[in-house]
Design a protein around this ligand. Structure first.
Ligand SMILES: C[S@@+](CC[C@H](N)C(=O)[O-])C[C@H]1O[C@@H](n2cnc3c(N)ncnc32)[C@H](O)[C@@H]1O
Length: 356
């Protein structure tokens, strides 16, 4: 979509000094993501899918995992991210934030200042014996609590200030309906969207943020509102409805069973499986949407976004992993033969200037 392309170019220009890879659908920035995202324009990102250091697992080989002496310091740091994420996300955007079970409750409370929490996903790792970390090896008799064998993913949408339970779409619909002079009942009549129980029907449910119209229903809403002559245009479906694209063939529950990435030479210590990232991206974004990962690691989010024709922005602080992401993303494009000569020239130039 054209508006995504414009957003993407705007973000590219804003992050220019941090970029070490700039391609048609990918931007990679090196540095502290908290500083970098402050430069991203408001309302320009459709999906934030990110996996910060957990603080709880204290892995010395992950930058940031041992940075904070106290939980409160970690939470304050995450609160700063939440504010920025809220600012840069489009009103119909979504956030996934990975975390450890020991931090998830406090992070949820903290995120709920800025977001409506929609799901608390539990990622179970049904790994084969020998590939399940300490689970098989540890002394069960020494445990003092249940062995933590899951990770958590907080899934949320931007909240509306002062009314955490109303969706941005509900607010938009109400505003436009009022501008058109139609009552809720009239709009229901015109769209044929009667509820089974109350005559206010779907319109009142949509405005209350309880559910969202289908594309066909939204077309009818637009015709009815524009038909009054008091409203010139309505925003496209993709700019107002938060995508949640699901069907019975997919994992539709909040318990996700995806095997961890098996060890290989050069594996990132916290690398997430591509199929899980694709599952998240496919359900919660439209094709061509912009997906942001503030803690790039191995670059898996960008790879998953690429496979689904989404644009991606990755930020990573460690030069070693930045280098590895550059290699991975360039290999993707050359494997598919999509590197234009202009693209590759720019990439090489940026690599030489900023990467090492
Ligand atoms: C949990 S790992 C992410 C792993 C990633 N999801 C993957 O699949 O490979 C967190 C990553 O964030 C990076 N990181 C930590 N603090 C950062 C910061 N302030 N800005 C940017 N990257 C940071 C670490 O170097 C690490 O690679």
């Amino acid at each position: 979509m054209k508006s995504r392309e414009l957003d993407f170019r705007g973000i590219g220009a804003a992050l220019k000094e941090h970029l070490c890879l700039k391609k048609q659908s990918h931007l990679l920035a090196k540095g502290d993501s908290l500083e970098v995202i402050k430069k991203i324009p408001d309302n320009s990102i459709s999906l934030i899918l990110t996996d910060p250091p957990y603080h709880a697992t204290k892995k010395k080989n992950i930058y940031g995992d041992t940075l904070f002496a106290k939980d409160k310091e970690y939470l304050d740091w995450m609160a700063e991210y939440a504010k920025e994420w809220r600012r840069i996300l489009k009103p119909n955007g979504s956030l996934f934030c990975y975390c450890d079970s020991s931090m998830s409750a406090r992070l949820e409370v903290l995120f709920s200042e800025e977001f409506n929490i929609l799901s608390h996903v539990v990622w179970t790792k049904p790994n084969a014996p020998g590939f399940d970390g300490w689970k098989g090896k540890m002394k069960k008799e020494n445990l003092r609590q249940w062995y933590g064998h899951s990770e958590r993913i907080i899934f949320a949408e931007p909240a509306i200030e002062g009314n955490l339970h109303r969706s941005p779409f509900g607010q938009y619909l109400r505003e436009m309906r009022k501008k058109s002079g139609l009552s809720g009942h009239q709009l229901t009549e015109l769209t044929g969207a009667y509820g089974k129980v109350n005559h206010g029907g779907a319109v009142s449910n949509w405005e209350a943020g309880r559910n969202t119209p289908s594309r066909e229903q939204y077309d009818k809403i637009c015709s009815a509102i524009i038909g009054t002559g008091k409203v010139d245009s309505m925003l496209p479906y993709e700019d107002v409805i938060r995508p949640f694209i699901m069907d019975g063939s997919k994992e539709f529950t909040d318990v996700w069973n995806f095997e961890s990435v098996r060890p290989y030479k050069g594996k990132h210590p916290a690398e997430k499986p591509i199929d899980m990232l694709k599952h998240a991206i496919e359900a919660t974004s439209y094709a061509d949407d912009i997906v942001l990962d503030c803690f790039g690691g191995s670059g898996s989010t960008a790879v998953a976004a690429h496979a689904l024709n989404r644009k991606s922005i990755t930020i990573e602080i460690e030069p070693e992993w930045v280098e590895s992401i550059v290699t991975r993303l360039c290999a993707l494009d050359s494997a598919e033969g999509t590197v234009s000569s202009e693209d590759s020239l720019e990439t090489i130039e940026l690599k030489q200037e900023a990467l090492f």
